[in-house]
Design a protein around this ligand. Structure first.
Ligand code: FEO
Length: 400
């Protein structure tokens, strides 16, 4: 049976929730699930915005048919070709063979690459072009690399609704309420939204900034992303987060200590540092074991905080594997503009500090704070004093 929600006059939510998926994109744990959003407009023409992942396609087809109520589907707008949004394309075409599909040139090419079925009529739009479906006139705004090169958004100039593709989405399934103002977004979704942003589009801050500038001129009342809640109130709060995130600025003043540890001695050093930071008045401190917290969480937390400490044992004459993987993820996501400090451990030839420093300081805008600390196997009193000294140097920098 259909389960649809009215968004605005004539616009309905026809997507679905997936609470069974263990890993989004086979990479990111989503214990709270994820939504695949699709919207259907009833105007003089009927217009479907995107499809959904196969996981929820049965309920999606029922929702579309239910909202159409026997009317034909006139148009399908595709904003993004990633299969979590396009996988049900063939199912829509087989049910509504006369549908016209609105694409841009790159989406048209990808459509042919992904699908082997005969394609219906394509309506290819250019950046800034408008299409009218009756009372509602839509402007198409290209958003390359947010998250793939073909991505575009569309703006309903009549209703003030922005269909924002992956932008402003989040992990997390919905529980009845579709609107961000009906849930405590900051408490329930912000951590997932940050993790989604940095892991999915975090590499493309410049492109996100370009889209934010394009969207700034639009009188937006409602934002309909492809994942997570719809925004119709206080969108400026979320927009400000995107502005901070895409400029690679810290969202919070705080210290994230990322440690790898084999037998607990590097953990001991990290805990001593954490306690010394608190004694020096720095209380927004978070410690993470890089082997036991998923790298997608580590990445989001690294982008969240202003001051970062990396602590790793030396392993095979290099950096311990979970820390090395984390550092490569930071590099891949264009990590930059942070105050960083280092702790290394080694039982006969400590190398990890030097190697971590080389990788991190090669990134843009990195600034080392304090004197790096070396642990020889386990923390002794002199090394404890060094850790307390490093905490004082970080605290002094923190207060600047
Ligand atoms: Fe939600 Fe880039 O797909």
């Amino acid at each position: 049976m259909k389960n649809t929600i009215k968004i605005t006059d004539g616009l309905y939510y026809v997507g679905g929730n997936d609470r069974r998926i263990p890993l989004f994109e086979s990479a990111y744990p989503v214990p709270r699930g994820v939504t695949y959003n699709s919207y259907l407009l009833l105007d003089e023409k009927t217009v479907l915005f995107d499809t959904v992942d196969r996981a929820v396609s049965d309920e999606f087809f029922e929702n579309v048919a239910g909202v159409l109520g026997g009317r034909p589907l006139d148009y399908l707008v595709l904003h993004h070709m990633e299969p979590d949004h396009s996988a049900s394309f063939e199912g829509i075409v087989s049910r509504y063979p006369n549908v016209k599909v609105v694409v841009n040139q790159k989406i048209g090419t990808m459509l042919k690459n992904y699908f082997s079925c005969p394609l219906p009529e394509l309506v290819t739009v250019k950046d800034g072009e408008t299409l009218c479906f009756g009372k509602h006139s839509f402007r198409f705004v290209f958003a390359p690399m947010v998250h793939w090169p073909e991505v575009m958004m569309s703006f309903d100039e009549t209703a003030g609704t922005l269909f924002s593709a992956d932008a402003f989405g989040t992990f997390g399934a919905l529980s009845g309420s579709i609107f961000a103002d009906e849930v405590d977004f900051e408490k329930e979704f912000l951590d997932d939204a940050r993790r989604y942003y940095f892991n999915i589009v975090g590499k493309y801050g410049v492109q996100v900034q370009n889209v934010l500038k394009k969207a700034a001129g639009l009188p937006v009342k409602t934002v309909c992303p492809l994942h997570g809640p719809v925004w119709r109130k206080d969108f400026g709060w979320y927009l400000n987060k995107y502005d901070i995130w895409s400029k690679y600025e810290p969202e919070e003043k705080g210290v994230a200590v990322f440690y790898a540890t084999i037998y607990g001695h590097t953990k001991n050093a990290a805990e001593i540092l954490g306690a010394a930071l608190a004694e020096n008045g720095v209380t927004n401190v978070k410690l993470y074991d890089t082997s036991f917290t998923h790298y997608s969480v580590l990445l989001a937390e690294a982008f969240r905080y202003s001051h970062i400490v990396f602590a790793s044992p030396t392993y095979n004459n290099g950096i311990f594997s979970s820390m090395e993987h984390f550092l490569s993820e930071l590099n891949a996501h264009n990590y930059q503009n942070r105050a960083v400090s280092f702790i290394e451990n080694g039982s006969w030839a400590p190398q990890a500090g030097k190697l971590m420093r080389e990788k991190i300081t090669a990134l843009k805008g990195m600034r080392e704070v304090g004197t790096g600390v070396t642990v020889l196997s386990s923390v002794k009193e002199d090394v404890r004093e060094n850790l307390i000294g490093l905490a004082k140097e970080i605290a002094n920098d923190f207060r600047k």
